[in-house]
Design a protein around this ligand. Sequence first.
Ligand SMILES: [Mg+2]
Length: 180
Amino acid sequence: MTPWGRLLQPDLAIHGSILEFTPELIAQHHLKGLILDVDETLVPFKQSQPLDEVRQWLQQIQSLATVVLVSNNLSHSRISRIAETLGVPFYTGAGKPSRRKLRQAVALMELPHHEIAMVGDRLFTDVLGGNRLGLFTVLVEPMADPMATGSLNSPKQCLRNAEIWLSKRLGVVLAAGERR
Ligand SMILES: [Mg+2]
């Protein structure tokens, strides 16, 4: 694999949304801390709050792992509202794949890097940033927006698909996370 491919290769590609990242998988990989991306990973871009299913998922997860949100979104009000609802610490304007705020989240958790997963929907921000820091990286599919009218070809979706296409050219394998 190319050096870039190695940096973009998630340790785990989930076939589905973050809700499919189950307590069993977290235990299986000996993870004690989760750094979660927010937009499209936990909350669809056009929604302001997480779905009930996501809140329930997080509650379940928190008995196993410490959770911190790290978002590239510059909107402090959006991300703080979501973090408050979920009751977890958060960082905004992270500029992933920059490691700066990821390092702060890691410091907050006081766990070894291999026990922390960076979980997100994007290869060139979430996975790349997590791999640069030596974290366990998990790629999920974007959270479906219940209000969306069925089109999967939003600009964000196209960008994500382009990232996946390019990553595969660089040798990345997403066997378990192939989009239909
Ligand atoms: Mg995202």
